[in-house]
Ligand binder design. Sequence first.
Ligand SMILES: NC(=O)c1ccc[n+]([C@@H]2O[C@H](COP(=O)([O-])OP(=O)(O)OC[C@H]3O[C@@H](n4cnc5c(N)ncnc54)[C@H](OP(=O)(O)O)[C@@H]3O)[C@@H](O)[C@H]2O)c1
Length: 263
Amino acid sequence: MTANGMKKSVLVTGATGGTGFAIARRFAREGYDVFIGSRRGADATAAAQKITDHYGVFAKGYETKIGDEENVKAIFADIRAMGYLLDTLVLNAANLGIGQVSLDVDIKDFMEVYHTNIGWNFMMSREAARQMKEKGKGAIVFITSNSALRVTENRCAYCSSKSAILAMSKSFAVDWGKYGIRSNCVLPGMIKTERWQSNVNNTKYCLPNYTPIHDIAEFEDIANAAWYLGSDQSRNTTGAELAVDGGMLAQLTPNINRTLWED
Ligand SMILES: NC(=O)c1ccc[n+]([C@@H]2O[C@H](COP(=O)([O-])OP(=O)(O)OC[C@H]3O[C@@H](n4cnc5c(N)ncnc54)[C@H](OP(=O)(O)O)[C@@H]3O)[C@@H](O)[C@H]2O)c1
């Protein structure tokens, strides 16, 4: 509960499962009321129900229509109508832009990544910031990627958009700091998604080789970082970046030989 009696609240995008749901659960565990965003409205409602059942906080799901500013305004109007001014926005959803070969990619597909990761994230942030300004404080957290700093093949739109997010977050920190609004980025490396776990080469070879600490992130590792940056725990931190990548960014190349020697 805040000083003015308003319940603390967080909105997490792309939060029906995986990383986003873990972030939503992390805030619920701390007593926040939770708003879940998803392109699939029914799944958002179901995820919100799970949060309420498990943590006893209020939770509600919203269907997010990517790039539709009226939809963005309607979501925030509804949050306001229920008596909240949002405390924390976590922008987790992303267009992953996988397999976009730079010489061949359709420019529409390329731009779609930017419309989601930059345009829509900007709309969501600005609408949240309008409530946070009124409240006199707030926190925006972007889940970007360590590929904002070191890129992977055939993902020009994704990596460059994740990189642009770093500057967008700094812009918000500078533009809105005077209103008590902070903006920060989490930079995951690899996360143990089902997609990742189902590939035996990943678990056998990538785990020991790709990170100095021989492990990659659990969903909860990203959620803990989002909680830190999205709460008063980090009240003096803004315009900053926190890598949660097992040290991938620190090493020049993966240590390919390690597993070969051990086999
Ligand atoms: N997985 C990794 O190894 C890794 C590494 C570095 C950074 N990250 C970042 O961490 C965050 C979570 O990663 P994740 O692997 O858990 O992601 P994910 O499950 O693949 O995607 C997160 C959510 O984004 C939404 N989404 C997916 N494709 C979209 C599209 N084309 N347009 C709009 N929304 C879309 C989906 O939400 P709805 O379907 O519910 O709308 C999805 O649940 C992302 O921002 C990702 O870029 C992940």
